[in-house]
Each structure stands twice: as C-alpha cells, then as structure tokens.
Design a protein around this ligand. Structure first.
Ligand code: KE4
Length: 428
C-alpha cells in the first residue's frame, strides 16, 4: 500500500501538534509505524489520504457502533446546523437525551451532560466525594478513566498503595487519595477497605475492562464490589464510557445485573460528537450545582448538535431489534477464527462486540497477565493486517470494536487475512 501523503502529513503535523496527534495512541508508536491519516469514512470502512480502504475495528474508540456516517445521524446533524450550533441555554434536546438515557439505564435517575468521558468521570468522582464527605477513591490497575489528575495513577508496590502518578505534571499530592487494587482480585479490595474503609468515597471500575485490552469480570467480582461498597457506606461507580450502549442499551449494569450508584458514559451517547454524561440516584445527583454544593459546569455541555447526534443514535439503538445479537455473533465468529488461525500463540478475550487479541500463552484476567503479552508480536500483526486493508487498534492494550455495519463480507475478509497471517507465522 502507498502511504506517501500520510507520511508527509505526519511529518508536517509534528511541527504544529505534540507528536503530530491530538491523542497519544493515534501516533501508532506502540505498533512502530506511521499513522495513516483518514480522509473519510462510511459504514465499516475508513479511507486514508492515499486512497487506501480499510475495514475499521477502531470505530473512533467506540462511538461508531452504527458504523461511520450513519445516514439518519448525518442528516439530523446537518439539519440541526441550520438552527445554530450552540446557545449556552437549556434546550428540549437535552431533556430528550436525558430521558433516553434513563429509559435505557434506569439507575441514572438524574444525569448531567458534559463533553467527554474524562469530564464525566472527573465529575462523578467529585460528586461521590461531596456526597460521602470522604476523600479516597479506589481504582484498578490497568483501568483507564480519562486523564483527570487524580486518576492518572499506577499502583506502587504492596496491597495498600499511596499511588504514584504515572503522568508528568501531576503532583504526588493529587494522587495520594487514589488507592489501587487488582482487577478480578476481591482480596486486594478487601485489604483497602480494611485499612481505610471509613475514608473511601467510592470504588470506580470498568465493569468490563477495555483499556488493558479487553478483560472480562470474573464470576462474582462485580457483585462483590456492589456488596463491599454498600457495607462500608462507599459508592460504586461504573465507568461505562466504553460499555454503555456497547454491551446492549442497558450497558454492563444490565448485562451483569449489578446496579452501581453512579454511572459515567461517553462515546456512543454522542453518536460521534463530543458528549459525556454522569448520573445516578437522585439523592446523590442532587449534590450537583445549582441544587447542591458540588460544582461542575461546561460551555458546550448538551449543545444542540451533539445532543442531536446522540438522540438519533440512541433511538436507533433502542429500536435496533436483533442488530446487537447479530453483531455479537459476527464478533464471536471473528474471535474463533483468530484462535483457530493463531493457535496457542494468542489468547482472545471477547464479549459483545468488543475483543482483544493478546500475544501470550496464558489466560488474560488482569493487568499482570495482560502486560505479560508480547506487544512487539502484536505490532507485527497490526502492520500485516493494515497492509491487508484491516485497521486494528494500534496498541495491544486497546479493544477492537465491531459495528452493526460489519457484515458477513467484512468479517470473512478479516478472517481470511488472519488465516494468511497464521500460515505465514506457521512457516517461521
Ligand atoms: P474521553 O475523555 O477520551 O472521551 O474518555 C475517557 C475514558 C473514560 N473511561 C473509559 C473507560 C475510557 O475508555 C475512556 C477513553 N478511552 C480511550 C480508548 N481506550 C480513548 C481513546 C484515546 O485516548 O485516544
């Protein structure tokens, strides 16, 4: 494939933008190649500036569950533009979107729209602290909740960790209230509560982890978190920025039957436009200004274009019939083909339309087993598939996203490329 124009644009972009990208993972450093610059997208496909077409498994990191440039969404946004792009005043569309969210996720009795998942999580954590009057937050190693200071944390050693920031520019003081446990390890959470139970405002978790690659919650893990937080007067926050409307319209909380106190959403609820949301029980959300003492605000929160895209997207998902089941079957088919083609060299974790291919010989159930995989072999796989017209996540520690627009043909062509890679590998 020809990548001349992408290479030129990447060189020039680095003169104006840090790393040439507006979000680090897009720089493709983890997979050792120049990022392809996308010119346009439609359905299951993205088209780069050199005219190459790819079956897209990034889907803008989750929002594009309907496929790119879905006609109803595009038409509605185009029409909404005529009415003005933003007012900074309440609109009926914000009410419509809030009602759609609550109809699908009844635990979000009250919700507040923001403009990103980071903003949603940052705000939910602040509400949890305001509501409980406590300072500490428990997160899990390998889970990502956006780039707010207090959550850019990696565990130090030991069970109870005064965490160390894993980003420059974050003072240690900003993360001293962030405690880190191990995903799928109930004992690691029990130790934190035994040590600091009365100071813990909330536990925040990705109910299906998708930022160390896809890691599923083991039987009993989520119900355990529900019980231990309730027993200690702490809140349970489900970060469903990825899983919300991805694992069905009720998200992970419906799929696993565990109701958190607060939920954060993003990605899909904006239909490709910048929208995040946080919400939960009325008595908790009534802490938020102007009702309560917890301040949170945003110039473009709930703007008419973003809410238009979100409303049309969620309505299509709510009325999508068996499209989730069909897309999940195709994802399972793809996962099986990868296991078949690459054998013991990989472990594939898959749930719904989320999956990850780990180049490792052991089951991946937490951060330690995820990071034991071989990112250089993933990188080689990524580069091969890219040249075969399949655009995977440019990092071992990201999810692949299958959309409703990925039909039998796209899955068959992807399976064929994976089998070709497998036989190539088999010859070495
Ligand atoms: P944003 O601020 O990027 O909209 O959302 C932050 C966020 C919060 N919670 C979860 C579970 C998330 O996965 C994310 C963001 N996801 C990444 C992909 N792993 C966004 C892609 C990127 O950083 O470029």
């Amino acid at each position: 494939m020809e990548h001349t124009r992408s290479e030129r644009l990447f060189r020039e972009s680095q003169q104006y933008i840090p790393g040439g990208v507006n979000s680090p993972v897009r720089a493709c450093r983890a997979v050792g190649c120049t990022p392809v610059f996308i010119d346009h997208a439609k359905g299951a496909y993205v088209y780069d500036v050199d005219g190459n077409r790819y079956i897209d498994y990034v889907g803008s990191w989750g929002p594009c569950i309907l496929g790119h440039a879905q006609e109803n969404v595009v038409r509605a946004v185009r029409e909404a533009c005529e009415g003005g792009l933003t007012y900074g005043a309440p609109t009926e569309k914000e009410l419509t979107l809030a009602k759609l969210i609550r109809a699908c996720m009844p635990g979000m009795e009250l919700s507040r729209l923001v403009s990103s998942g980071t903003e949603a999580v940052m705000s939910a954590v602040r509400v949890a602290r305001g509501y409980t009057g406590r300072d500490k937050i428990v997160k899990f190693r390998g889970c990502y909740h956006g780039h707010s200071d207090g959550l850019l944390v990696k565990a130090g050693s030991g069970a109870l960790t005064q965490s160390v920031p894993d980003s420059g520019g974050v003072p240690a003081d900003y993360t001293k209230h962030t405690l880190v446990a191990e995903y799928n390890d109930c004992a690691s959470v029990e130790r934190l509560f035994a040590e600091c139970g009365g100071e813990i405002a909330a536990v925040i978790v990705e109910p299906v982890a998708a930022n160390m690659g896809v890691v599923l919650p083991e039987e009993g893990f989520l119900p355990f978190l529900r019980d231990i937080t309730r027993d200690h007067g702490a809140l349970l926050i489900f970060d469903e920025v990825i899983t919300g409307f991805r694992l069905g319209v009720g998200g992970a909380q419906q799929r696993f039957g565990v109701m958190p106190d607060l939920t954060t959403l993003g990605k899909i609820i904006g239909g490709g436009m910048p929208v995040g949301a946080y919400g939960g029980r009325r008595e908790i959300m009534e802490q938020v200004a102007p009702l309560g003492e917890v301040y949170q605000a945003g110039t473009l929160s709930g703007n008419p274009l973003a809410t238009t895209a979100g409303i049309v997207t969620l309505a299509l998902l709510r009325d999508s019939g068996d499209r989730y089941e069909r897309a999940e079957r195709r994802t399972a088919e793809l996962a099986a083909a990868v296991r078949e083609a690459l054998g013991d060299r990989v472990r594939v974790n898959q749930i719904g339309t989320l999956m990850s291919v780990f180049f490792t010989g052991t089951a991946v159930r937490d951060y330690g087993t995820a990071t034991a995989s071989d990112p250089s072999r993933y990188a080689a796989f990524f580069r091969y598939m890219l040249e075969r017209g399949v655009y995977l996540a440019p990092s071992q520690y990201e999810a692949m996203f299958v959309s409703f627009a990925h039909g039998e043909e796209e899955i068959a062509r992807t399976c064929e490329a994976v089998r070709a890679y497998g036989s190539l590998q088999g010859k070495r």
